[in-house]
Design a protein around this ligand. Structure first.
Ligand code: PA5
Length: 433
């Protein structure tokens, strides 16, 4: 099982108020389900857990096992929606501490910044280890991954020669158009598809996320199973029984009451990049037409010692959503100490997770009393199925929430503005004043 339970008792919003949105939610639900197969509507993610490309899925598994057997390092090159989903899942589920004795390939992420130092240090860290790369770009022309790919392609060609390098380059891009597709055809790279009707930030359950996730040794069947559970569960249009839509409605009610910022809090450092993925999903989907909840993330308890002060007593325009992993993967008992110099013997015999849960309960109480409504998402455990479930939960909630807000949650016209300026400053043909 991969249960997710959402609790609203700390929001001050009663179910009576939530179900006032029933008609609106039902209409949106009907509209998105009716348009799901329309390739121009970017709704391909909606039925993905049941209608993904099975042939490609098997090819992903085969390529992943080849990469795992011939590479000690796997470099994922991509940015935004072509990067964050894979990293979110991999960091949530894998041991984040590097173990040089491990046979697992180490996963590196490139093409998500423009730092020479970062690239140079990565190449140094690869050293003489065997490496494969996966360049992921729907458009094939995004500046950061395009530059990183040039560098890593040359690195591979110098290291292995042209023929072997070709076998170590995996490309995930549009099925027929774009520079990367053209290059892949010319060079014979193994390619995977970013479906036309799935936007970047909704693409983690396509080859975009699945190949790197499988290379990291994570069971992608389980991930899809969890997403499928969510797809079946949240098909319910009755708001009373659909926690995903309740979440979408509640955050809109709170927004209307002046809570313009939503903080997604986790109590497990492994979820840091999951929060980063969530930030992109909601920020890029809702922040337009001069409206939208501003999504931010915190890692607790770490950030209770930094951002905790603001959340408790700063501007009262905050709401908070807490991801609570109910059952920890491992737990460590705190031992008694004879000298008790740190005065911590009062927790002796308890576990680290027990202390964490009390920190969470105490924080929720403090923040709610301080005027920050809290939504709690209990996830049963941190495994592939539950993460798949949570991914689908947030994708559907985001689509519903954006539609309630009255924006198009599937476009991102604003991100082109800085690019135009950058290209003009770089002298790209066609971008002169
Ligand atoms: O969600 C999105 O659409 C964006 O974040 C894109 O994924 C990001 O800009 C990368 O684009 P591309 O895959 O075309 O390189």
């Amino acid at each position: 099982m991969s249960n997710i339970k959402v609790r609203f008792e700390n929001t001050g919003i009663e179910m009576r108020k939530i179900v006032e949105y029933q008609e609106k939610v039902e209409n949106i639900d009907k509209e998105i389900r009716k348009n799901a197969s329309d390739s121009t509507e970017f709704l391909g993610w909606l039925n993905l857990p049941t209608s993904y490309d099975k042939e490609e899925f098997e090819r992903i598994k085969k390529s992943a096992s080849r990469i795992r057997s011939n590479s000690k390092v796997f470099v994922c090159i991509g940015i935004g929606g072509s990067y964050l989903g894979a990293r979110a899942v991999i960091e949530a589920l894998n041991n984040g501490f590097y173990n040089s004795d491990s046979n697992e390939p180490q996963i590196f992420y490139a093409g998500n910044n423009l730092s020479s130092t970062y690239i140079a240090e990565m190449i140094e860290a690869i050293g003489d280890r065997d490496v494969s790369i996966n360049v992921i770009s729907k458009s094939g022309t995004t500046t950061e991954p395009a530059i990183a790919f040039r560098i890593f392609r040359e690195f591979l060609e110098n290291k292995y020669g042209l023929e072997e390098a070709r076998k170590r380059i995996y490309v995930t891009t549009d099925k027929e158009k774009g520079a990367l597709k053209q290059l892949s055809n010319d060079e014979g790279y193994e390619t995977f598809v970013v479906p036309d009707n799935v936007g970047g930030r909704y693409s983690v359950l396509t080859a975009v996320g699945l190949l790197p996730i499988a290379v990291a040794g994570i069971n992608i069947d389980e991930l899809m199973n969890g997403a499928r559970i969510a797809q079946n569960k949240y098909i319910e249009p009755n708001l009373k029984y659909n926690e995903c839509y309740q979440y979408a409605v509640t955050r809109n009610i709170l927004y209307d009451e002046g809570k313009e910022i939503e903080i997604l809090a986790n109590y497990n450092p492994k979820l840091h990049y999951f929060v980063e993925w969530w930030k992109q999903l909601f920020g890029e989907s809702e922040g337009k037409e001069e409206k939208g909840i501003f999504p931010v993330g915190v890692d607790f308890t770490t950030d209770l010692h930094s951002m905790g002060q603001y959340i408790q007593q700063g501007q009262r325009n905050l709401m908070e959503t807490v991801i609570n992993v109910v059952n920890p993967e491992v737990d460590i008992e705190i031992k008694p100490d004879e000298d008790n110099l740190d005065g911590m013997n009062f927790v002796a015999g308890k576990t680290v997770d027990y202390v964490c849960k009390k920190a969470m309960e105490g924080t929720i109480e403090a923040h709610v009393n301080g005027g920050v409504p809290n939504i709690i998402i209990d996830m049963e455990k941190l495994d592939a199925a539950t993460i798949g479930n949570l991914i689908y939960f947030f994708e559907l909630a985001c689509a519903m929430s954006g539609k309630i807000l009255g924006v198009n949650p599937f476009n991102q016209p604003g991100v082109e503005e800085y690019k135009k300026n950058m290209f003009r400053l770089l002298g790209k043909p066609g971008y002169e004043i």
